[in-house]
Each structure stands twice: as structure tokens, then as C-alpha cells.
Design a protein around this ligand. Structure first.
Ligand SMILES: O=P(O)(O)OC[C@H]1O[C@H](OP(=O)(O)OP(=O)(O)O)[C@H](O)[C@@H]1O
Ligand SMILES: O=c1cc[nH]c(=O)[nH]1
Ligand SMILES: [Mg+2]
Length: 216
């Protein structure tokens, strides 16, 4: 994991398997089914990386041979919050790692002309004592990511209890997000080159929602 020198809250997950799977996903010939499978797999690997620092405690258990104090994850409970639609594919992978995690949903789409997020659904679990992981494959202008964190703040979740997991980020969006929420750590597999005139990430992977669901 590499902390980006320009954005103190941005971490690049450079594990070879994550990088390899991202390359397969970027390929425009990848089928809808292949894209969806890869998004689940890569999210599982990314989830493994970003949960490395979860605190452990011990619990007394009995093995078939003896009693022991065995390690278990301590403290805060997790909530996974996909930003609809494409975040749903990432949430699936994380749930395989932490089946007991609650799941909230934030429905947003980017307005074609203004590039501002339009909210159409918010449904979230109770905030108390919970760490929230927002998942959305694309962080382009950063407007949707900032909006999603604002929604959680209004719900009573402080920035310290929020993490953002993206697959690909643009420098423009990383800067916008850092300015708005410097305490929220962003984890991504790649920081790409730039945004094009339609605010798509270059080289990117296209429209993540459309590629995952086979829409246009
Ligand atoms: O950083 P931004 O410029 O805000 O762009 C990123 C957003 O765009 C995509 O969603 P989209 O609006 O395409 O909705 P969809 O998932 O329903 O296709 C993506 O999944 C993010 O939510
Ligand atoms: O490149 C981009 C930018 C926004 N949303 C996407 O799905 N892809
Ligand atoms: Mg889309």
C-alpha cells in the first residue's frame, strides 16, 4: 500500500493481483459477466488490504484439546455503503470477507450536463459505534464521493469513522475530495492520468455502472 505524496489521505493498493485484475477490467473487450466477476474478486482483495489495521483482542475458546485465548477482531462494527449502482458490485466482495457487516445504500447518478450528483435513495444503518466503508469504483470529479460522505455526516457519522474504497481515481477528484474531507482515507487501485471533456477518467475503464449491468 502506497501513501500518495500529493494527497495525504490517498492510498494506492499496489498488490500484484489487484493490479492484474484491474487491467483485465479496463479491457474494453471484457464481457459484462467477466467485468462483474472481476469487480467482486478485486473488491475482496482490496477489502483484505484495508482491514489489515483492524484491532484484535482475544476471546476464551475451547479447542478439542484445550482452552485458549484466541484472537478476534475487537471494537467497532462495520457498515458497507455502496454508491448505486456500480458500488453494488464492490459491496458483494466485501461481504464475503465480513458477512456480519451491515449494508446501507446511497443512490446517486451524475447529471449529464452539470456533472453534479443527483440523489435518489438513502437508507443507512444506525451510526453509533460503527465504521462505514463507502464503496464506488469510480472517483472522477469527486462530486459523488464528497456527496456520499456529506450524507453520512448528516446521518451522524464523523469523518474519522468513514473510509472510501474506489477502484480508479482521477487526480482532479482526489484533490476535490481531499479539500472537502481530508480526514477520510481513500483507498484505490489506481490514480489515473486525467478527466476527459465529459469528465470520464482517462485511461479509466469507461462507465462502471453500464459495464457491470450491461446498460448504455
Ligand atoms: O466523481 P464523479 O464525477 O461524481 O463520478 C463518479 C460517479 O459516476 C459513476 O456513477 P454514475 O453517475 O454513472 O451512476 P451509475 O452507477 O448509476 O451508472 C460512478 O459510479 C460514481 O458514482
Ligand atoms: O470514468 C468514469 C467517470 C464517471 N463514472 C464512471 O463510471 N466512469
Ligand atoms: Mg454510470
Amino acid at each position: 500500500m502506497i501513501n500518495h505524496p500529493e494527497f495525504p489521505n490517498l492510498f494506492i493498493l499496489d498488490h500484484p493481483l489487484i493490479q492484474h485484475k484491474l487491467t483485465l477490467m479496463r479491457d474494453k473487450e471484457r464481457s459484462t459477466g467477466g467485468f462483474r466477476t472481476l469487480l467482486r474478486e478485486i473488491s475482496l482483495l482490496m477489502g483484505y488490504e484495508i482491514t489489515r489495521d483492524l484491532p484484535l483482542t482475544t476471546e476464551r475458546i475451547d479447542t478439542p484439546l484445550t482452552a485458549m485465548d484466541a484472537p478476534v477482531i475487537a471494537g467497532k462494527k462495520l457498515a458497507i455503503v455502496p454508491v448505486l449502482r456500480a458500488g453494488l458490485g464492490m459491496a458483494q466482495g466485501l461481504h464475503e470477507l465480513v458477512p456480519s457487516a451491515r449494508e446501507g445504500h446511497i443512490g446517486l447518478y451524475r447529471d449529464h450536463d452539470t456533472k453534479q450528483p443527483v440523489e435518489y435513495l438513502v437508507k443507512l444503518p444506525e451510526p453509533e459505534g460503527r465504521v462505514f466503508i463507502i464503496v464506488d469504483p469510480m472517483l472522477a470529479t469527486g462530486n459523488s464521493a464528497v456527496h456520499a460522505v456529506d450524507v453520512l455526516n448528516r446521518h451522524g457519522v464523523p469523518d474519522e469513522n468513514i473510509r472510501f474504497l474506489a477502484l480508479v481515481a482521477a487526480p482532479e477528484g482526489a484533490a476535490v475530495f481531499y479539500a472537502a474531507h481530508p480526514k477520510v482515507k481513500v483507498f484505490t487501485a489506481a490514480l489515473d492520468s486525467h478527466l476527459d471533456e465529459n469528465a470520464y477518467i482517462v485511461p479509466g475503464l469507461g462507465d462502471a455502472g453500464d459495464r457491470m449491468f450491461g446498460t448504455k
